[in-house]
Design a protein around this ligand. Structure first.
Ligand code: ATP
Ligand code: MG
Length: 301
């Protein structure tokens, strides 16, 4: 977007002196884009309108807005890919991303949260819902900014949606408060998601009255996650229906089919690849994941 365009799309200077924040809109449909801008402008936000993910990325190279509202179906890069890209990077991870889309199935929402979106709204939207959602996410971001390093976080959850949301938040804290490499942080996210999902699905057998506890402890050297379910546990060393590191990783699939199990059997193997340590307790209902952090400037020998 040219500077003139940008100036045209922004609200007049002076009007937003007490603005609650600057919002980047990513929406290819000009009417919807204008509608979002009007709604946010009336609520006192300052808006920057872009019409593709690429245009938004260009803007984000120079500026850090207080929140981003993005559509999913965009020409070129999708809103989901934009979100994933921003959430992987330390510089942009903390910016709340709110997906505003016509895609309304649970699967779409899951995917949006999996790539790191802070919230997921569907069209047609109510002005109040959008502005409240933005405010809530900016407040949550501010709170996360204020808290410091060397801390423990304890989360209790019962559902996959809450798991996705919590793990996205953990990734933000990890990126902000530690020096972990961005790619390693992404691996941590997916390992915790796999193990959290196992705890809900296999440990608690999807029983919504049971709780999965995730404890995250961060120090300068290590990230430690403990994921505990309320199930009876299992023997992780003896799983014929799951992939093993030293044989054909798909060898177990025919057994799964015979047993009537859904496709899969890769979660534990993936987590072992992504983390430095994966240890189960004796019972098998609590797993500890550890990622060692390599100091940026290792001390000289
Ligand atoms: N917390 C748990 N409690 C009881 N059993 C578990 C638990 N976690 C894993 N398991 C058992 O270990 C098996 C292997 O888990 P893994 O995550 O590798 O594969 P999956 O969950 O079956 O499939 P995928 O993760 O690829 O979707 C599971 O099928 C399940 O039998
Ligand atoms: Mg699994």
């Amino acid at each position: 977007m040219s500077e003139t365009d940008q100036a045209q799309h922004q609200t007049q200077p002076g009007k937003n002196d007490a603005a609650p924040g600057k919002i980047l809109i990513v929406e290819d449909d000009a009417d919807t884009n204008a509608l979002i801008e009007t709604v946010l402008d009336m609520a006192g936000f300052k808006c920057v309108q872009t019409y593709s993910a690429e245009e938004a990325l260009q803007y984000l190279e120079q500026e850090v807005p207080d929140a981003i509202i993005t559509d999913i179906m965009l020409p070129g890069m999708s809103g989901n890919s934009l979100c994933e890209h921003l959430k992987m990077r330390r510089r942009t991870n903390l910016i709340p991303v709110i997906i505003l889309t016509a895609l309304r199935t649970q699967k779409d929402k899951f995917y949006g949260l999996r790539v790191g979106a802070n919230d997921y709204l569907t069209k047609p939207f109510k002005a109040d819902d959008l502005t409240r959602c933005i405010r809530r996410n900016i407040e949550r971001r501010n709170k996360m900014k204020e808290e410091g390093i060397n801390r423990s976080i304890q989360i209790d959850l019962q559902s996959d949606l809450k798991l996705l949301d919590s793990v996205n938040e953990l990734l933000t804290v990890v990126l902000q408060d530690t020096e972990v490499d961005e790619l390693e942080a992404q691996k941590v996210k997916y390992a915790v998601l796999e193990m959290g999902h196992n705890a809900i699905e296999w440990g608690n057998r999807n029983d919504a009255s049971l709780v999965v506890s995730i404890n995250c402890h961060m120090t300068k050297d290590r990230l430690v996650f403990r994921i505990q379910d309320q199930g009876s546990g299992f023997a992780p060393g003896n799983l014929e229906h799951a992939a093993t590191p030293d044989s054909d990783p798909a060898a177990h699939l025919s057994l799964r089919e015979k047993l009537g199990l859904r496709e899969g059997g890769f979660g534990i193997l993936l987590s072992r690849k992504y983390m430095d340590e994966v240890e189960y307790n004796e019972k098998g209902n609590c797993v500890t994941l550890v990622k060692h952090m390599v100091p940026r400037n290792p001390p000289e020998a």
